[in-house]
Write a protein that binds this ligand. Sequence first.
Ligand code: AMP
Ligand code: MG
Length: 503
Amino acid sequence: MNAPETGRPAGRLEQLEFDNSFAALPGEFYTRLAPLGLPHPYLVAASTDVAALLGIDPGEFQRPEFCEIFAGNRLPPGSDALAAVYSGHQFGIWAGQLGDGRAHLLGGLRNAGGHWEIQLKGAGRTPYSRGADGRAVLRSSIREFLCSEAMAGLGIPTTRALSIVGADLPVRRESIETAAVVARVAPSFIRFGSFEHWSSRDRKAELRQLADYVIDTFRPQCREAANPYAALLADVAHRTGELMAHWMAVGFMHGVMNTDNMSILGLTLDYGPFGFMEAFDAGHICNHSDTHGRYTFRNQPHVAQWNLYRLADALLPLIGKPTLAQGAVDEHFGPAFEARFEQLMCAKLGFRAALDDDEAFIGETFGFLQQHRPDFTQFFRALSKLPATVDPEKQAKTDAPLRDMFVDRAACDAWLANWRARLAQTPWEDDARQAVMLAANPKYVLRNWLAEVAIRKAQDKDFSEIERLLACLRRPCDEQSEFEQYAALPPDWANGLEVSCSS
Ligand code: AMP
Ligand code: MG
């Protein structure tokens, strides 16, 4: 007899109990096929946190079977591997059919923690590869693995990453690199584009099947609504609004917010040329391939809303009334974004309770950051440690950790005076306020230069830096003296670092 689900001890790979709910949909939604796998695979990294979600004992990482399974060389018992079809808008333009061109769903499983799908990214071509090689390079696999887990550490909704398996197989990008496979984990990888696919083909029956699957599996409460499909859209709009608030508050830029990269569950999905804001610039473009700056930091909420309208268009045949579809987006996206953003910013700024004028203060703060361009993460972290009141004689010394980030010290002093005046309106003991601020303002984010160091070492077969970064980034708000250097500004060599869609 199986042990009860709760508290079930982590087990062996062979004990994963797949239920494969997505594969139970009709065959139009995917192509069943086994991954191609990697020759002579080796383990690059694995996450004990994600193993725990799945019920895999971390001792399993060292078994050759772990590498074989998560390289895609051998299917675990019960797996029903497939690549899913979807379409989408890329950079604002309808791109037609896309699909899992280099991702294989191994299957889904259900345990006490919920429903989890395991997907291998980079394990070979599929019918949706459109002439590309079906591979992912080690470089982009490390970025996806680390950022998935870093976002989870920050408390931001995201797909997770169990492992990276590498191989010496050459892969051609701008130069020759080597192949890797990331095992990604999420309740579902269904995208806005999964719905656009059926709607663009006038296939209402499939559209309904997909929406019913999402509702019944993940959002059963929508079934109770007068219009379940409008309720689903409202739920997606709400969650996407909250997701944008999280991204904006932590300075995360996704880089490729195409509708095929937008999760129907409101998760951060498809890590490519993402970035974390360093010297603050709301117009920053983190993706070198985004020549027109569609996906700048400041545009992200607008783009998310535009993408939601594309989802609304796609769901319209099910929802029925255009006004209902539009209302589902408009009444949920903006309010959810604003409420969550205000809450996160109040915590970042140490406000005990929100006041009517805070929106203006927050706007002024972003204007101030834009003008003086301090490092976004370091600014809020240093602010967290300043006292609410300060003796004017000692102000320069007390505030030095923050002031020293500015060339224009007077501008910094003026902003700090406004901040302190605002703090005084909702008094709070320094200890309590600072604890909240330190928990809202991470010390460690996955700066591009950190990922780059880990990548360069890994390309020389030293994977230790990935492990260290993973350990650090799972507790991004804790002081971790052994990782102090990971909070530093980018070194000079990193100035010219560029990330693009090449992955
Ligand atoms: P992305 O820009 O990574 O979101 O990818 C957009 C589309 O291109 C998706 O359908 C991917 O599966 C596909 N794709 C990207 N890179 C590759 C590749 N190397 N091989 C096959 N398909 C790919
Ligand atoms: Mg994608």
